[in-house]
Design a protein around this ligand. Structure first.
Ligand SMILES: [Zn+2]
Ligand SMILES: [Zn+2]
Length: 134
């Protein structure tokens, strides 16, 4: 069981089971909402349960591409990611309070990262910005 929460503590959630992946997302939405990039944890939607503060979650809805709403705390603004609108959750690993067994494996949407931020590890990189993807 992995626990997570927002900065002010009003929202708490837990994740059971093994997440599918952990990656660094550099898309323009993560850049704006999360701060440079977001460490994104993806797993089966049913495995994520909001245990406290469901009513405190505000949502920025997806664009015309219809992908990924962004949940955040109404009070402290903590970026939580998509807590499960489809079959998967795509949450901000930065909101986790426990360590993960897995480590990030890829950088995605790197074309949208700012030039002043340099990726210095050797993980595989995928360019683009998902806003342009169809
Ligand atoms: Zn909060
Ligand atoms: Zn992103």
């Amino acid at each position: 069981m992995i626990k997570g929460s927002c900065l002010c503590g009003k929202i708490k959630f837990k994740i059971s089971g093994e997440p599918f992946s952990l990656s660094y997302c550099h898309c323009s939405r993560c850049r704006k909402a999360a701060g440079v990039f977001s460490a994104v944890l993806i797993g089966k939607a049913d495995n994520l349960v909001v245990t406290e503060g469901q009513s405190e979650i505000a949502k920025f809805l997806p664009g015309s591409d219809g992908k990924f709403e962004r949940c955040f705390c109404k009070h402290c603004g903590t970026s939580l990611g998509d807590m499960g609108t489809g079959d998967v959750y795509v949450i901000a690993a930065s909101a986790l309070d426990d360590d993960l067994a897995m480590r990030p494996t890829v950088h995605i949407h790197t074309d949208s990262k700012p030039n002043w931020y340099e990726i210095v590890d050797d993980l595989q990189k995928f360019g683009g910005d998902y806003i342009d993807e169809k």
